[in-house]
Design a protein around this ligand. Sequence first.
Ligand SMILES: Nc1nc2c(c(=O)[nH]1)N[C@H]1C(S)=C(S)[C@@H](COP(=O)(O)OP(=O)(O)OC[C@H]3O[C@@H](n4cnc5c(=O)[nH]c(N)nc54)[C@H](O)[C@@H]3O)O[C@H]1N2
Ligand SMILES: Nc1nc2c(c(=O)[nH]1)N[C@H]1C(S)=C(S)[C@@H](COP(=O)(O)OP(=O)(O)OC[C@H]3O[C@@H](n4cnc5c(=O)[nH]c(N)nc54)[C@H](O)[C@@H]3O)O[C@H]1N2
Ligand code: SF4
Ligand SMILES: [Mo]
Length: 752
Amino acid sequence: MTGAPNGTRTAYRTCPLCEAVCGLELTVTGERITAARGDRQHVLSAGFVCPKGATFGQLVHDPDRLRRPLLRGADGEHHEVSWDEAFAAVEAGLTGVLTRHGRDAVAVYLGNPNVHTMAGPLYGGPLVRAVGSRNVYSASTVDQMPKHVACGYLYGNPDAIPVPDVDRTDLLLLIGANPLESNGSLCTAPDFPGRLAALQARGGRFVVVDPRRTRTAALADEHIFIRPGGDALLLFGLVHTLFDEGLADLGRLDGHVRSVERLAVLAKDFAPEVVADRCGVPAADIRRLARELAAAPAAAVYGRIGTCAVEFGTLTSWLVDAVNVLTGNLDRPGGAMFPLAPHARTATRPGGRGFTVGRWTSRVRGLPEVKGELPVATLADEIATPGDGQVRALVTVAGNPVLSTPNSAQLDRALAGLEFMVSVDPYLNETTRHADVILPPTDPARVGHYDFAFLTLVVHNMAAYSPPVLPKDPGGMDESDILARLTLIAAGRGAGGGTAADVAAGHEHLLAQLLQRAADDPDSPVAGRSVTDLRALVDGDGPAERLLDARLRLGAYGDGFGATPDGLTLRTLLDHPHGLDLGPLRPRIPEVLRTPSGQVELCPEPVAADVARLRAALERPADGLVLVGRRHLRSNNSWMHNVPGLMKGRDRCTLQVHPSDAAALRLTDGAAATVASRVGTLTVAVEVTDTVMPGVVSLPHGWGHGAPGTRAKVAAASPGVNSNLLTDDRVIDPLSGNSVLNGIPVTVAPAT
Ligand SMILES: Nc1nc2c(c(=O)[nH]1)N[C@H]1C(S)=C(S)[C@@H](COP(=O)(O)OP(=O)(O)OC[C@H]3O[C@@H](n4cnc5c(=O)[nH]c(N)nc54)[C@H](O)[C@@H]3O)O[C@H]1N2
Ligand SMILES: Nc1nc2c(c(=O)[nH]1)N[C@H]1C(S)=C(S)[C@@H](COP(=O)(O)OP(=O)(O)OC[C@H]3O[C@@H](n4cnc5c(=O)[nH]c(N)nc54)[C@H](O)[C@@H]3O)O[C@H]1N2
Ligand code: SF4
Ligand SMILES: [Mo]
């Protein structure tokens, strides 16, 4: 931070609003952020900022942001109470349900911003373990779970997700991703637009596969329209061609990959000429694309929401990596590579226990557990269906599932029937209005920041920590403390969440556990050392910072608590306010592999078994009109529509319809249409545009504000409609439990 004579100072902080993790340069006057711009000195974002980052101050100082806990009174309204009263109510509510109905009666839902705080990754796990319920849900099953499952089987570790080496590739194939609006996902690449432009400037190309001509597609060297849900077929067509034309070449990975032959056999049924009709991509284009990927000096296939939140999510996610493997592009510069985060550790030898699912199943629909959670598409079933193990209480942390999950009207109704609900959230919104208690964490300007999630997905290895920018709010509470207190309550270890001393002891306990595990691990740099000695060396102003310091020092670049004296510590990051460059991505196979074989399992059994479902789809009659989603740069899922600076301009929550469909359905631009699916109906303004392909309509998600009891004035003034009133909770990707949010059969008619 630097001071200036007029009381104005400059502070640097990582933007917590999307996966690009840009550096922000903030102007602070007194206790207010008066301006935000891109940090030009940042090692990765180099001054890039988007409209969301630029309005960071408005978000922080939003008058509707909750700063004190709310308790729902007998009148049904939410009233401000003290933290002690709020936690006492949580203890009474949660322990009541636990005592009467047992652990599984309490469900937990963790929403997306959990990966954008330090508290989420550090304290979310302990909270879930303390609750001890099978009913754990998160936004992962409306997002990237298929990728985790695919990577779990391929590499033995669901969190080993390769990212496209955008800065060094010659050919990038983007499938179902729109980084010009989203700024990238499962691929942390600040200034994605600049990186794509640089790729073209150095003579490379990028190709976009999307049922819409997005802003990314408009800049691409080639845009291929695809029928929603058709990507697994397109990708199998590529795999088929690579084998058929003798182009498959593992390159450096030869000897590290199993069951290549088995994949060749599976691909036999999916010749480009067979899949073309169904996916809408001409066979000649599929063959040409396969040849181009094989011939490029380095190429990478990258898939995102359009490859995950679809009918064949896991198959599609798997085939993305399969093409990278077969073209020799997995784990090579310019291909798809595994980042190495500063808090992560490398293994001394490849191999491990591998990946399994289904340790338990959901009560009502029998859906398998994946990564410790159940599909959020079935949360409403578990709440609303009576019987042993019925969910009676819900804890939400940073989530708005009433807008973000399929058939959300059903979930909205179910939440109203809970015996008890507590939400950790700074807004009184569509979901938290159902909570008996709302616990709002201090705003992001008042807490430190480190990206546990996104530094494992970054296109150039990097580390950054931002200290708090504004002073503590004396009457507020940090999310780490809130989650620690909830953990104590769930574990039955504290009246009303305990005293400050109990919470401090809870934090210390977590740190001691971490150090003990390291001391017990023969491969750790601190093997055999005393936990008391290690604890005395840990640095950091707060509990989250101390856990971070320990993780950094035990991590891949760490000082090992003295074992590697010039290694990384929290202090190093404090000395680098614009981030620390840890170098380009480096090959990590075989070290990164955790499969029992220590090899890439190219054709894992559970995935191969699902291919029959895809084959059957080839025979199915084509769908009629289908609905897909979309994102807009000035938006962020459901919770940034209360920022005035982002809400300027015309209505963005429109149903995009191709002119030919509009003509056939007698829909006119700007007029209202009624859209109906199996689960619901809504009315929305039509936007006639040839950016969507015929047969496809598009509606963004995260809208539908202004419900009674919510407090977000700006959002309520431009409410939009909730697209998840149409998405179907019954249709999921069976391997991952992920919701299908794209390719929803709908009918559209002029509103009467
Ligand atoms: N501005 C903004 N940025 C965001 C967010 C936001 O809400 N707003 N959300 C953040 C989050 S949580 C995430 S997960 C990421 C998502 O990041 P992205 O996946 O890049 O986001 P989208 O813009 O939804 O792009 C998905 C694209 O898939 C296309 N699509 C739909 N169905 C299909 C299909 O069947 N096949 C193919 N090939 N394409 C299909 C859509 O038309 C859309 O263009 O964005 C993050 N960043
Ligand atoms: N139809 C359709 N639906 C979709 C998608 C789609 O493409 N199409 N995309 C899906 C995707 S990718 C995702 S990730 C999900 C998102 O689903 P959710 O995570 O359930 O929803 P968000 O809208 O991100 O809501 C975030 C909540 O966190 C709160 N919040 C913000 N900052 C903080 C914080 O620091 N701490 C705490 N405790 N709370 C905070 C906000 O007030 C808000 O209530 O939506 C999914 N839903
Ligand atoms: S791109 Fe993402 S991280 Fe960068 S400023 Fe915008 S919201 Fe923040
Ligand atoms: Mo997401």
